[in-house]
Each structure stands twice: as structure tokens, then as C-alpha cells.
Design a protein around this ligand. Structure first.
Ligand code: FAD
Length: 475
């Protein structure tokens, strides 16, 4: 490729480290370069996968033996309006860059994932959700407009009013229709850099789901941790973490808590450990016995919260707890980890999640980490979101067990489809075309018709698309 860009031959991985692919990787520094890369790849008959920060767990941002266009250097903040909370950024700007700019003026990104490393382009392309999904919707609902560079080289400005069909398809379009070159987001007003946080303990999955529903009257954010060591009647027991924004005037010194420094103060334990050491020290926790002990330990330590009541914590502490542990995914090394996140309609969720947890334990593949959230449906065309709940499970891929993990996740995909649910593409590694068809049916047809219209040569692809979608259309 002769574009005046460095194109490196590299092995890239999904965030879970379990999937990898060799590709030519271009990292443009200017948005204008994307059009050149598109044109040149089209001339050379090559395909392109767009990539943000590479935080999708599986193969959503991989493109084996072809080109990857990494957008992470296209990360300028183009404008910020502190009066109405609207920010316009290039696609590679991260959630961390966004909150750092908006928080001192009393605004927080409306939707954030569990890590602030994610880019705004990657967040929109996967229609990511936060712990407030059930009441504010998903990331795309905070996107006011974006510019989309099409494979033809034309750029279209899309919003709910203009090019609205493309707007609804490119959000959650997994980078398959065009490249976002700028996005405008609506942030939400906050009156402090702190939130109230309270944790409650629940002895069964049904009790946890009931508590999630009940907490919606008080909380702005909700997430439940599940103890995967529990079995039988206790299966799915866990801790519900609820947080709530402070009301105006509740924080007497917002000028102190809304600062970047107040958000990024490291916790004492993390500050004492040399970076890089923690993952190695934590590796035994990913063995079967380690998984049992760490889950049981967390459950036991959770019993103390009954007395503790609510306390204040920073937005960063509440939203991105794992960002405080450098390189924690390295603790899974060997085969890395695979995540499985199923979204199930409310009425079928309890039975499906019982089955998913039970099958995992019976297969001898108890997940190391399990999280339950509450959701609402989204109008982005390929979104997995439903009016219901999701269960996200981390599976260590131990030496020699990759096929066994894949087989289990394949079964869990069927359980999800049977319950009328969907698998979240950002976390997926195992969906087959038939399973994707069962879950996404008519929406897939509509999406593919738009793909044919805007990308007739099939310039944009990913390994995920090739594995789970393209074969349905004879590609
Ligand atoms: C620790 C951790 C916690 C997480 N927590 C959550 C969570 O709470 N909720 C949630 O929903 N997700 C969560 N995720 C998943 C993550 O939010 C998504 O995978 C997200 O899409 C990753 O964004 P990225 O910038 O890394 O993009 P990548 O993973 O690199 O790419 C994601 C998709 O975006 C496309 N893309 C990238 N740039 C562009 C562009 N400029 N134009 C068009 N398409 C583009 C890619 O082709 C790909 O399909 C988590 C991930 C991790 C690692």
C-alpha cells in the first residue's frame, strides 16, 4: 500500500487475548487519510477492518491477512460547549478524554462502559451500554450526529433528522457501513464529582433480579455481581451495587470533587504495587480452585456491607474500578479469556440464566466473574439490547481447554436464542451464522441491504462479520 502512512505487519488480538490475527495495520494521524486508505485498498482489492482501542473481547476489530485501520490516533476533541453539554470529537477520542474535558464544567458522559479506554467511535459502532441502560438507553441515544465516511469516499452527516436510516444502522453497525470521522455527544449534568453508593446482599438469582427492579426507584446506576461458586438453591446469589447522583447543593465543594485529580487518586493498595506485578500475582485466581476461592471470598466480604450503608465515591471509582488495576487481563494469560454476554427478555431471563450458570458448572468451566445488568431495547438496527437483563460471564481459557470452552459457549448461544435473547457482538467469539440468524432475523436482512447499498464491493469487513454474518448472504 503506497498511501503516505506507515503500514505495519502486526499480530493483533481481541481484548480477551483468546483471538489473534496477523494484519497490515495503518494508524492514520489525520481523518483525511482514511479516505486515501479506503481508495487505495479498493484499488488493491483488499478489505479493511476499522479498529478503535481494541476493547472488544473477540474478533470484532480483527481482519486476518488483510488491512486494519486503527483509529486510535484520530483522537482530537473538536469542540466543547459547556453551556449545553455537547462535545464533538474525532472517533479515536476515548471515554477518558471525554470525561476529563467535561467533568470540570459539571458534565459526565451520558453512557459509559466498564473501562474508560474505549473510543467514542468503537462505543457508537457497538451501541455500548452502561449501568444506567434501563433508564437512559444506550450510547447511541446520546449521539446527536456523526459524519460517516462511506467506502465510496463520500461523507454523509447523519442524525435523527438527516439520513436517519443510516444513522440507526451505523450505530451498532460494527464499522461495516462506513467510518465515523466525527461524532457529537450529549453529556449529562452532574452536581458533584461523587456519587452515593450502596451495596445489598441477595441469596438467590431471583432475589437479585427482584432487587434490581426495586432499586430503579432510587438509583441512577445499577450492577450486580454474582457469586459463581454458589450452587443449588443459592445459584446466582450476589451483591447489588447501586449508585445515585448527588442532588444540586448536596456537595458543598463541587469545585474540589469535579476535578480530574479528585477522580484519579489511586487506591492505596494499587499505589503500593509496582505496575505489571499484580496480574502475575493474581494468576492463581484464574485456576478452578482460584475461581472458587475468589468468588467465595468476595461473597463473604460482601456480608460486611449489610452494616455499612451508603457512602460517597468518585464517578471514576464507581464506573471504572478495573482501570485501577494495570493490565489485569494478563492474569488470564495462557489462552486468555472469552466473555459471553447474553441479553434475555425479562420474562425468560431467570430460567435462562439459571441454565447458563448451571451448564457452566456442570461442564467444569465455572466463570471467573459474572455480572448482571438491567436493560431496555434500543432502536439501533443490529442492537442486542432488549427489555430485560444481561448476564456477562468471563471464562478463563486454560491450556488445552479452548475447544471445550468454545463448545460450551456454543451451547449457551443456543440457550440464549431459545429464550428469545441475543448475544452481544462486542463480547462474542463463537456465534455461528445459524445462531446469528435465529437471534437477529429480519434486522440482519435490513442491515445487509444497507451494506449492499453503501458498500457494494464489500470493502469493510471484520473476522466477526466473516464468521457470523457474511455466510448467510453467500459472501
Ligand atoms: C474491561 C472492559 C469492560 C467493558 N465494559 C462494557 C460495558 O460495560 N458495556 C458495554 O457495552 N461494553 C463494554 N465493553 C466492551 C466495549 O465497550 C466494546 O467492545 C467497544 O466497542 C470497544 O470500543 P473500542 O474503541 O475498543 O473499539 P474496538 O473494539 O476496537 O472496535 C469495536 C467496533 O467498532 C468499530 N469501529 C472502530 N472505530 C470505528 C470508526 N471510526 N467508525 C466505525 N466503526 C468503528 C470496529 O470495526 C468494531 O466493529 C467492555 C470492554 C472491556 C475491555
Amino acid at each position: 500500500m503506497s498511501v503516505a502512512l506507515d503500514v505495519m505487519d502486526e499480530e493483533l488480538t481481541g481484548w480477551g487475548l483468546a483471538q489473534a490475527a496477523r494484519s497490515k495495520v495503518a494508524r492514520p494521524e489525520a481523518v483525511a487519510d482514511i479516505a486515501d486508505v479506503f481508495a487505495e485498498a479498493a484499488r488493491a482489492g483488499q478489505t479493511i477492518a476499522l479498529r478503535g482501542a481494541g476493547c472488544s473481547y473477540g474478533d470484532a476489530a480483527l481482519n486476518a491477512n488483510a488491512l486494519v485501520l486503527d483509529c486510535s490516533r484520530l483522537n482530537r476533541i473538536l469542540s466543547w460547549d459547556a453551556e449545553n453539554g455537547q462535545i464533538t470529537v474525532e472517533p479515536g477520542a476515548t471515554i477518558a478524554q471525554v470525561w476529563r474535558r467535561t467533568l470540570p464544567d459539571g458534565w459526565w458522559p451520558t453512557v459509559v462502559p466498564g473501562t474508560s479506554a474505549v473510543t467514542v467511535g468503537g462505543a457508537a459502532a457497538m451501541q455500548i451500554h452502561g449501568k444506567n441502560n434501563w433508564h437512559v438507553g444506550a450510547f447511541g441515544e446520546s449521539v446527536l450526529a456523526f459524519d460517516l465516511l462511506l467506502p465510496s469516499g463520500q461523507t454523509l452527516t447523519c442524525s435523527r433528522e438527516s439520513n436517519s436510516e443510516l444513522f440507526a444502522a451505523a450505530i451498532c453497525g460494527m464499522g461495516l457501513l462506513g467510518a465515523f470521522t466525527s461524532l457529537t455527544l450529549q453529556a449529562r449534568r452532574v452536581h458533584s464529582g461523587n456519587v452515593w453508593e450502596v451495596t445489598s446482599v441477595h441469596n438467590s438469582l431471583d432475589a437479585l433480579i427482584a432487587a434490581l427492579d426495586e432499586a430503579t426507584s432510587w438509583a441512577t446506576d445499577l450492577v450486580a455481581w454474582i457469586d459463581t461458586s454458589a450452587r443449588g438453591k443459592r445459584l446466582g446469589r450476589g451483591l447489588l451495587k447501586m449508585s445515585r447522583d448527588l442532588a444540586p447543593d448536596e456537595d458543598l465543594h463541587p469545585e474540589l470533587t469535579l476535578t480530574e485529580a479528585s477522580q484519579t487518586r489511586q487506591r492505596p493498595l494499587m499505589a503500593r504495587l509496582p505496575s505489571g506485578r499484580l496480574p502475575r500475582l493474581a494468576r492463581p485466581l484464574t485456576s478452578p480452585a482460584g475461581v472458587w476461592f475468589s468468588n467465595r471470598g468476595q461473597w463473604m466480604s460482601g456480608q460486611g456491607v449489610r452494616q455499612r450503608g451508603s457512602h460517597l465515591t468518585s464517578y471514576v471509582g464507581a464506573n471504572f474500578p478495573l482501570d485501577a488495576i494495570p493490565d489485569w487481563r494478563e492474569s488470564y494469560r495462557h489462552g486468555g479469556l472469552m466473555q459471553h454476554q447474553s441479553m434475555i427478555p425479562a420474562e425468560a431471563a431467570s430460567a435462562a440464566f439459571h441454565e447458563i450458570l448451571d451448564r457452566s458448572q456442570r461442564a467444569g468451566l465455572t466463570p471467573s466473574f459474572a455480572v448482571l445488568k438491567k436493560h431496555r431495547a434500543s432502536d439501533a438496527l443490529l442492537s442486542c439490547l432488549v427489555d430485560g437483563y444481561s448476564l456477562a460471564l468471563d471464562y478463563p481459557v486454560r491450556r488445552g481447554q479452548e475447544e471445550k470452552v468454545r463448545a460450551l459457549l456454543g451451547e449457551l448461544n443456543d440457550v440464549t436464542a431459545e429464550a428469545g435473547g441475543r448475544i452481544y457482538f462486542a463480547k462474542d467469539s463463537t456465534l455461528t451464522p445459524a445462531q446469528t440468524q435465529r437471534m437477529y432475523g429480519d434486522e440482519l436482512e435490513l442491515f445487509h441491504a444497507l451494506k449492499r447499498q453503501y458498500d457494494p464491493q464489500g470493502l469493510l469487513t471484520t473476522d466477526l462479520y466473516q464468521r457470523a454474518i457474511a455466510p448467510l448472504f453467500g459472501e
